[in-house]
Design a protein around this ligand. Structure first.
Ligand code: PMP
Length: 428
């Protein structure tokens, strides 16, 4: 008998499986509010102006575009240099007006100058998290703390890549709709101090635009959180998939990164940053992102060399080398001052439209939670229980994720009335 016969049907993906169901739905009024893709008012996934211009430049330069050869295992040097510069110099610059971190040295610049960052281009944020998990589980730890509400793929990625122990920390109280930072820190203290093994624990931190709740700790909260993580010798994994999408300001949104690279916080086992240009550059399908591993200041240079070599070995065994085109686009945007400026505006425009939809929805529904100024980003976390979410899907063909998360830019002039009316009916 074939072993293949014994394979059980895997459950549909918690998010992408819903789009498959949506595509099968014959209702002409159906609305897909599941996936975090930015759409314009006509429901289209448009190319950001900065990206479109970069594409045109690349298309007109044979040398830039026509080389379809392999990239190196960790991606091109140009991309590595421009992304590292963007993340660790610009995003961490204390002189940046919005940084809120003035009068401190530019730690990121120091990291670059001292060659302490092992960097690799990755297949977007998911790829960064997967390589990160594989690396950690092989060499450092197989334990991770995930917030009690999180992106459904986190656990999936870490369990597929060698992690054995999953713990939750209290992030959000569904009853009050508030963050529970004090409880979060209590959870960490209780669980980490009760753990007598030598293996350190990792912790996933959503850098901004927490998915799914849209609620992020304040800067004061983050200061307390990073203090505690450091005190407990935990390994931070910063998941930065939405830089710029919280405040409209790319630099402002990198607060957690700036904070974590302060030498007093870089733990002996390093810092891991998983970063994506899918949302803020709209490069979703091109799979453009990065993983960087910051080694502590007292690490001898051989540490970075060894880390780099192991990253290469891991990547070589999975996909050999990353794709070229999207990273060339991102590199050009990051290095051409005009395109860079346009990109900043593009991000601001997306955030402004998302806020506009929040306001419109709140106005229609007389539901202050919608534009509660504390929720940010691409999503509105409705707080609808699963029963309601299913009813919306089955009876009205309005698709939210099971946790009640709604992707705001899927709402537009042609469906806002239908969505608002349905929500009013369903909340009665
Ligand atoms: N982390 C979080 C929290 C996300 O919401 C996403 C996108 N849905 C990602 C990482 C990675 O996305 P991508 O692989 O498209 O960059």
């Amino acid at each position: 008998l074939s072993l293949l016969n014994q394979i059980e049907l895997a459950p549909p993906d918690k998010i992408l499986g819903l789009t498959e169901a949506f595509n099968r739905d014959p209702n002409p009024d159906k609305v897909n509010l599941t996936v975090g893709i930015y759409k314009d008012n006509s429901g289209k996934v448009t190319t950001l102006p900065a990206i479109a211009r970069a594409q045109r430049i690349i298309d007109h330069h044979d040398v830039l575009n026509r080389n379809l050869s392999y990239l190196p295992i960790k991606g091109g040097k140009d991309y590595a240099d421009s992304v590292k510069n963007f993340l660790y110099d610009e995003s961490c610059a204390p002189s940046a007006k919005s940084a809120g971190y003035q009068n401190t040295p530019n730690y990121g610049k120091d990291l670059l100058a001292n060659n302490r960052i092992s960097f690799t281009q990755t297949l977007s944020g998911t790829g960064a998290l997967a390589i990160c998990a594989k690396f950690l589980s092989l060499f450092v730890s197989k334990k991770v703390f995930i917030p009690n509400f999180s992106w459904a793929n986190h656990k999936n990625i870490f369990s597929s890549n060698g992690f054995k122990e999953f713990k939750n920390y209290s992030y959000y109280d569904a009853k009050t709709g508030q963050l529970t930072v004090d409880q979060w820190l209590k959870d960490l203290r209780a669980q980490v101090s009760a753990d007598s093994s030598k293996e350190p624990s990792c912790i996933i931190l959503h850098a901004c635009c927490h998915n799914p709740t849209g609620l992020d700790p304040t800067r004061e909260d983050w200061d307390k959180i990073i203090d505690t993580i450091n005190e407990l010798k935990m390994i931070p994994i910063i998941d930065m998939a939405y830089q710029g999408m919280e405040s409209g300001d790319l630099i402002k949104d990198a607060y957690v990164l700036r904070k974590c690279i302060d030498p007093k916080y870089v733990c002996d086992n390093g810092i891991f940053l998983c970063q994506s240009f899918a949302k803020n550059m709209g490069l979703y399908g091109e799979r453009v992102g990065s993983l960087s591993i910051v080694s502590p200041s007292n690490a001898p240079p051989t540490v970075k060399e060894a880390v780099d070599s192991q990253l290469k070995r891991i990547i070589r065994s999975i996909y050999s080398s990353p794709p070229g085109y999207g990273s060339r686009v991102a590199n050009l945007v990051l290095t051409d001052p005009e395109l860079k400026q346009q990109w900043g505006k593009d991000v601001q425009n997306m955030v402004a439209r998302l806020q506009g939809i929040r306001n419109d929805l709140a106005g229609n529904l007389d539901w202050s939670a919608v534009n509660d100024s504390q929720q940010h980003g691409m999503f509105f976390f409705t707080g609808f229980p699963l029963k309601t979410v299913q009813k919306l899907r089955d009876e009205y063909s309005i698709y939210l994720t099971d946790d009640g998360r709604l992707s705001l830019s899927g709402i537009n002039d042609s469906n806002i009335e239908y969505v608002s009316d349905t929500f009013k009916t369903i909340r009665q």
